[in-house]
Design a protein around this ligand. Structure first.
Ligand code: GLA
Length: 731
């Protein structure tokens, strides 16, 4: 028996058991006498060989591997650790390879393993990192029975955080090249249970909508082919027991640390088992692997909770905050910002920006962000992308002067870029028409009037890095908003031959990561906020480079409460860019009170996006106070434990709670009021039963009272009534 802190390897007769343990979970695999690596368990700790749960019914019609003469042993029904193709497992595979002879079968069997202290990294891709040895890693090597193709399964075990990371490396030691048509990061077979899927679908301005559906005998697919992780589907999934809720029950979550095309497949099979596989979308992918080359798949972050969905979210929030986000701002308070987009759209000059910035400074706002329209010839979305130099005629002063005037009030300065795009009406396009993504002989589709620029090319990346870094340096920029406002169609790159154009999607993502890595490395104090027409690229891959992401172009408080609800299942509150905007709201036309807009935006990386100079003195005073409140509670909001106290899709209110060792903040909005309104009684969560808590009116409650008896929400009056209750723990 070989043991490291969290990885135990037990060898018994012809079998080897791998047992990965975290504080509250156990992940078990077994190499059997045929060297098939079976998956036995992912769930609560049991201290048991979980093989006893496997039923071996007669499945003769499912087929057997060549060396077995036993109709109860079939790859088609066994739970396996990494599912193969073409050798008798007819469920969804994790891998598909075309060999030099044109055949496409692969039968991976166990070869060896190794254990390492610390967390493995993944070449050219973002991955979860370890702090102070909080992780141990296991590598299991599998090999095809009939070729020299290897798959190395990687596991990073974060004991304290209840997180297991997974990724796979495919190595070709054949003399000739092979073609990978599918190379997924992981497979998880669940041989028991009656389960639901929770996934997060959406559209532009309505991202990450929560949906819970039962798993039946079917194949479910959640995916993107848009070149980004997309508005339409999030690369995250939760599988839970039917009776699982926020507080009780078993659930697993998985999120892919990748910002491009992905696919999650879930299959309910003939034995009522469930298989989940996840990785780069094979519909838009293939990869040529030459002799001795390796392919690295993106990381999946996995977690299990036996205390319901809130605990699962806490696990994800914790790992993303501490082991995914990097740099100065990963845990530090972010500047409260004002962005001019909804205030001015393209219609501004430096004086208008200064007017907004001056008022912002007087209210306690920390940073002015100059959005789209400051560069090239850009007065609408029809031109200018790619010409990343300031339009001083439009600004009516050098950008540098505008920045220093804003900074003279002690305000930081941020600026918008959309580096991966090009307008046909731009000097860049006129000089380099071949830099745009388009297929020779086919007229490219436009979206938001623009084309995508080919960042798989190193000359394009060099141009972009040089343009962006020049502005950052020359103008002392503190923050950039990195936008991406269309999906990628007409996929073709001159940098690849005609036979491997399907590598383009992944190479595009690698190009993006290379650029972002260089900026992170060269400008350690720069805060980068991700954006993609709002939240169309909100994933753990981007969060490795940008600790916050603009969550949605929808700033309406009611819609946002649902968008942020869905986002919160996996992503920490500190990563959610959220702004107060004007009413009627520009996206929904809805009018909500300023207090409702503030409370929703505060539950994120907080900011404003409206012309402050059009507001009444009363509103400005309220904003001043809200900023003070946010700064007071910022640490608690960003680093405390987050509890969803309602489901805004079903309830007449959106309510949430932040809890730290010292204090509690309950925030939310009651959607519709009615006459003679009854007050809602809400049970708080995560408190110390035996301790006392005092509210701002000096009422004192025990934690037990607040959690078992609850608290009465204020009597609401008018629609979208805001709630903000702060309690301090007494020692
Ligand atoms: C996208 C972003 C917006 C804004 C505009 C500018 O839609 O999500 O916040 O930056 O682009 O064109």
């Amino acid at each position: 028996m070989e043991v490291c802190l969290v990885i135990e390897v037990v060898k018994k007769d012809e079998e080897i058991i791998f047992n990965l343990e975290t504080k509250n979970s156990m992940y078990q695999m077994k190499v059997d006498k045929y060297n098939v690596l079976k998956h036995l368990w992912y769930g609560s700790k049991t201290s048991t060989d979980m093989e006893y749960l496997l039923d071996y019914p007669d499945v003769g019609f499912s087929g057997q591997i060549n060396e077995v003469d036993d109709s109860t042993y079939s790859l088609d029904t066994l739970p396996v650790e990494y599912s193969c193709f073409g050798v008798g497992d007819f469920r969804v595979p994790a891998i598909s390879v075309i060999h030099s002879n044109g055949s496409d079968a692969i039968d991976l069997r166990y070869q060896s393993y190794s254990i390492k202290k610390g967390k493995y990294s993944i070449k050219d891709l973002p991955s979860v990192y370890s702090n102070n040895d909080d992780c141990d890693s296991l590598e299991i090597v599998l090999k095809d029975t009939s070729s020299d193709i290897y798959v190395i399964l990687k596991y990073g075990v974060f004991n304290d955080k209840d997180i297991i990371c997974r990724s796979a490396v495919i190595r070709n030691e054949e003399d000739s090249k092979i073609c990978l048509n599918k190379a997924f990061s992981m497979c998880l077979d669940i041989p028991y249970g009656s389960l639901d899927i929770i996934h997060f679908h959406g559209r532009h301005a309505m991202e990450r909508q929560f949906e819970r559906i039962p798993i039946t005998h079917n194949i479910y697919e959640f995916s993107s082919t848009r070149g980004t992780s997309s508005h339409q589907e999030s690369p995250s999934i939760i599988i839970c027991d039917k009776n699982c809720n926020e507080e009780f029950g078993d659930c697993f979550g998985a999120t892919l640390m990748y910002s491009g095309n992905f696919k999650i497949q879930l299959e309910g099979d003939q034995l009522n088992q469930v298989r989940m596989v996840m990785g780069i979308n094979p519909d838009t992918f293939s990869w040529t692997l030459n002799h001795n080359e390796e392919f690295y798949t993106p990381e999946v972050i996995l977690s299990f909770s036996n205390e319901g969905l809130s605990k699962l979210s806490h696990n994800f929030h914790d790992i993303i905050r501490n082991n995914v986000c990097r740099g100065k701002y990963s845990l530090e308070s972010r500047p409260v910002l004002i962005n001019n987009w909804e205030a001015t759209y393209f219609d501004f000059d430096a004086f208008k920006i200064l007017d907004i910035a001056n008022t912002a400074a007087s209210l306690g706002i920390d940073m002015m962000v100059l959005d789209d329209g400051w560069f090239g010839k850009r007065d609408s979305d029809k031109s200018g992308l790619g010409d990343w130099y300031a339009n001083e005629d439009k600004l009516k002063m050098p950008l540098k002067d505008l920045v220093s005037k804003v900074k003279s009030r002690g305000t930081k300065f941020g600026i918008w870029f959309e580096p991966e795009m090009i307008s046909e009406d731009s000097n860049l396009y006129r000089n380099h028409p071949d830099w745009a993504v388009k297929i020779p002989g086919r007229k490219p589709g436009r979206s938001r009037n623009q084309l995508v620029i080919d960042i798989t090319r190193s000359d394009v990346r060099d141009y972009l890095y040089e343009s962006i870094s020049r502005i950052i340096k020359d103008c002392s920029i503190d923050y950039i908003k990195w936008d991406f406002n269309r999906s990628i169609s007409d996929v073709y790159t001159y940098s690849l031959s005609s036979s491997n154009q399907k590598e383009m999607g992944h190479r595009f993502v690698l190009g993006l990561y290379e650029l972002l890595e260089k900026l992170n490395h060269d400008f350690p104090n720069l805060l980068i906020e991700g954006c993609c027409g709002g939240g169309g690229r909100f994933d753990a891959g981007m969060l490795y480079y940008c600790p916050q992401i603009w969550c949605s172009d929808n700033t309406d408080a009611y819609d946002r409460s649902k968008i942020q609800y869905g986002t919160s299942f996996i992503f920490p509150i500190s990563t959610i860019g959220s702004h107060v905007s004007a009413v009627p709201n520009h996206q929904s036309g809805r009018i909500t009170p300023l207090s409702a807009r503030s409370v929703v935006a505060m539950s994120g990386s907080f900011g404003y996006e409206l012309d402050l100079n059009t507001l009444s003195d009363t509103d400005l005073e309220k904003i001043k106070q809200d900023i003070k409140d946010f700064k007071k509670y910022n640490k608690l909001i960003h680093n405390g434990d987050y509890y969803r106290l309602s489901n805004p899709n079903d309830d007449n209110f959106a309510l949430w709670e932040f809890v730290s060792d010292e204090e509690v903040l309950v925030q939310g909005i009651i959607f519709r009021s009615e006459a003679n309104q009854l007050r809602y009684n809400i049970k708080l969560r995560g408190l110390d039963s035996d301790k006392k808590y005092i509210d701002s009116n000096n009422n004192v409650y025990t934690g037990s009272a607040l959690m078992n008896g609850g608290i009465l929400l204020p009597k609401s009056s008018g629609d979208y009534y805001s709630v903000m209750i702060h309690l301090k723990k007494q020692y």
